[in-house]
Structure formats: structure tokens, C-alpha cells
Design a binder for this molecule. Sequence first.
Ligand SMILES: C[S@@+](CC[C@H](N)C(=O)[O-])C[C@H]1O[C@@H](n2cnc3c(N)ncnc32)[C@H](O)[C@@H]1O
Length: 544
Amino acid sequence: MPLFTKGTMKFTDWLNHHDITISSKVLIADLRNSEQGRGVIALDDINKGEVLFSIPRDSILNVGNCSLIEDYPDIKQKLVHLTHWESLIIVLLYEVLVKGENSKWNDYLDVLPVKSAQFNAKQHEETFNQLMYWNSDELHLLEPSLILERVGKDLAVSIYNKLYPGIIIEELGIKELEGKVTLDMYLAIASTIMSYSFDVEISDFDEQEENEEEEEVEDEEEEELEEEEDDEEKEEGEDNESKTQSGMEPRSILMDGYYKSMVPLADTLNADTNLHNASLTYVDNELVMKSLKAIKKGDQIYNTYSDHPNSEILRRYGYVETQGSKYDFGEIPLNLITKHFEDTTGLTEESIKDLLHFVNQIIMEEHEDDENLVDIVLDSYDCFKSGDVILELIFLIQILTIIAAVDKTESIMTLEEAPKYQLINRISKKCYQLIESKKLTNQFLENYKAILNSRLNQYPKLASQPYEPKIPFTRSKMAEVVLKSEYQSLKNCLDIDKTFKKNEDLGPFKFIDDEKLIRNIIKKRAQEDSSGEETSSIKKSKTT
Ligand SMILES: C[S@@+](CC[C@H](N)C(=O)[O-])C[C@H]1O[C@@H](n2cnc3c(N)ncnc32)[C@H](O)[C@@H]1O
């Protein structure tokens, strides 16, 4: 019997022996023909809201339920002070490398990609397609996608260096892992967590939180952890650096009310942003997978891994949706926008930076208590497949358009600080009022189109071609799909009717002549005294 089929059978037996209740209407299937590994399919028609399977909480694997804590109960107090990400890595390392075949979860772990890392490096490379595993030539295929700035390999390696041997061996004292945790092994565990884990609410969270608070006070006294509580943890795998010398964070992950967890069977579901038809729900003592809509016999049951564009699906999970993700977007880097204004107006790179700094300063000073306030100066700006763009992009291009026009007569950069500040203040306010009244200027539109076109021109020609109906999941083909997804999204945002004139969400916007607005700003400036006017802020856009 092929190893793959044997693995599925052992896993199915394991599920049955661990009280996982599975509807007779679903089956784990071999989907390697469509390059999807294992998946779950419907053996019969399924109604909306049917329970497909349920998993008791004691079958899931996390910091609260694992061999490491069974063997070393005292470690839990230290483990929960690491990030979710780090603690689950340690839990899995122990399960795979120390418990091995004696692990309660062995037949489950055997069907996860992590096991391949124990064999050889080549197999390892073939198993994982997440961007962390791409070499520089392969990554080059993704240019000019900004996903290249978020690959995350360096961060993963720095977490490895922090955890091993420092925390794992020296602080936690897990001697059985000494000499066993190679970088390859660690990366395989990290990638598996990235593509398989769920954040599962802790069912007795309130109780645990109380206990934990008491224990924390003791901990703090004992260990004299001096650092401030950590900022909120970023998403999967992007946890922050350690805040204490020892690498242990004083904040407990118990206080977040969830554990990052491995959930057998729920993680056998593949995902599709368009075909998503089932979802995991949390009830007291079990996790329940339910259909979200009627599913036809023979169809695959799909989860969703959140609202990711193809670039992010590739980075995290190592595959792409061949016809595009529902949540695709292209990105415009800030430097492309500033370059446009540098090339088409009298403004220099330096003065644009300076002016944007002023704009931000004004907004921040006027509205420092406003939680919804966002920085309009971002590294990049999202342009969605739907044709929507983020409000920050509209604001940025509109304000630079006005600044460039006013600069022609006022030479803003030659002004003293106070009048310069006052003028930018006034422009910011006018710009905000303009956008709030659902108006933009004609010159804004010219600049917007030119900026989008120059971003599109950075893509290779193949990105403008339609998706192929079926592709092999080679790295070069997947890179092509990502570029097409981004290109199409950017292109959709050039449909001015859709993006502006008929946009019922942010707009609809009308376009007005620039001249009257500019005249008004300049005239008012001449009359203005130094009392200063109130500026208005830009609120977080719905789409971000
Ligand atoms: C949670 S697992 C799903 C089960 C997995 N197919 C298996 O064989 O174990 C996530 C991984 O499945 C694969 N996957 C999920 N959805 C997919 C899809 N729509 N197309 C291709 N591969 C997919 C990717 O390799 C991803 O990293």
C-alpha cells in the first residue's frame, strides 16, 4: 500500500480512537492529482449548517494540552510567557523529536509536512513551498511584488537563534532536545504551524485568567522581570523580539484568551477564498466543523485561511489560487508616488519628504487623542481587485496635487517655518473637506492614473495575460499567478467609474477643477492671520 494511503488510514483510525465524531457524509481524500495533498470531500449532499465533524478539546495539541507539560508540569508557567508562536514551536519540537512514536498525536503528526524534515534536506525543500524556502533566483520571479519585503526568513532565523539553545535548553531545561534542533527542523515546525494552526479560544478562560494573574504576581516577584508588558503580538509567525534579557516576556499568553493550536482533521481541509463552504466553531468542550452552505456530493469542503491575497497565500501556505484570490490587491509603494511628483512638478524628493512630514505632524498634533487616526504616509498603498483603493492613497495623491499647484506660486519650501506650517495646515484642511464632500480634483485624477500606470509598467508582460485554466504548482508558475493577481487588481483600480464615480462605499466622487480651489487657498492665505486654523484628520478607511 502506498505510504500516503497508509498515512491517511492510520490517521483516520487515530481520529476514531480519539472521540472525533465524523459525519458519514465526509471523507479524507487523496487530492494529489490536483496538487492539494489531502483534503476533505462530500460523499453525499450536505445541507447548510450540518455538523461535518466535532473534535473534543483534549484531542487538540497546544500549550494547555501536550506531552511536554504532562512530563514537565512546571514548564508551563515559563512557556506561557513566550509568544504563542514560540511556545507552540517548543511544544511541537518535544512531541516530534522527543516523544516520537510514543506521542499521543503520532499518527496525526505523521500526516503533517513536518515529518519530512526528519528525512533529508532535499525532501524538505520539495515539501515546503512557502516563500521562506525559495532561493534568491526563485524570489526574483516575484518582482516587482512587494511581498518580497515580507518573506520573513530572517525573522524566523532570529527566533530560532533566540529559542535554541538559550531558551529551550538553558532556561526551560528540556535536555532531551539538546543537539536535536537543527535550523531545518525548526523551520519545518514553524512552517507547519504557519499553514496548519488555529487560534482556539480557551474555554475556561476567565478561571484561568484569575489563576494566572495570581501566579503572575508571584512570578514577577521571583524572577524580577523588569521589562514593560509587550505590545500586542503580531499575526502568525511574526511575533516580536524578546523584551527581556532572558527572552521571556512578562506577559502571559493565557491573558489573550486563546492558544495557538494544532487541530487534527480541521486542518485537513484545504482553503479557497471563493469556494469557502465550511467553518470551525468553538463550543464548550469541542470544536465543531459546520457547513456554511449546501455542498453537493463529490465537492470538496473548503475552509478559509482569512482574507489573504495570492501573494500572502503563497508566502504563508506555499500555494496560490490559480484564478486569483477573492481578496487580491496590488500595492503602490510610496516612493513611486513621490517619484511621480518629483518628475512632474517643481518639487524635489527632499521637499516632498519634508512636506509629508509636516502634513503628518499637523494631523497628529491636532488629533492625538483620536484612536481612528492613521498615518497617511504608509510604505505602500493597497489597490483591491474590487476596484477599491484605500482612502490614505486618495488623500496622499490629492494633497500632493494641491501642494504642487500651490507651490508654483508660493514656493512653499522657501517660506519660514511658521507660514509654511500654516499653509500646509490650510491645504490639509481643504483637502480633507474636499474628500469629505466627495469631491476630488481633475489633476488628482491625472496624477492617480499616471501613478497606477507607472506601477503597472513595472510588471513583466506575462502579468497582463489572463490566468491559465490549470497550472502545475511549480514555483515559477505560482510566481506568475501572483503577478497576474496583483496586475489585475491594479488594472481594476483604473476603472475610474468603479473606483470613484460610482463607488457607493467611499464615494461616489465628483471631479472639480483645480484652479478655483487653488485660488481659494492662495487668496485665503494672503488674508490669514497667524491665529492658526484647525486642521482635520483623515479617518481610518473602511478597506484597511
Ligand atoms: C491546513 S493544510 C490542508 C491540508 C493539506 N492539503 C494536507 O495534505 O495536509 C494547508 C496546506 O494545504 C495545501 N492547500 C490548502 N489549500 C489549498 C488549495 N486550495 N490548493 C492547493 N493547496 C492547498 C497547502 O500546501 C497548505 O499549506
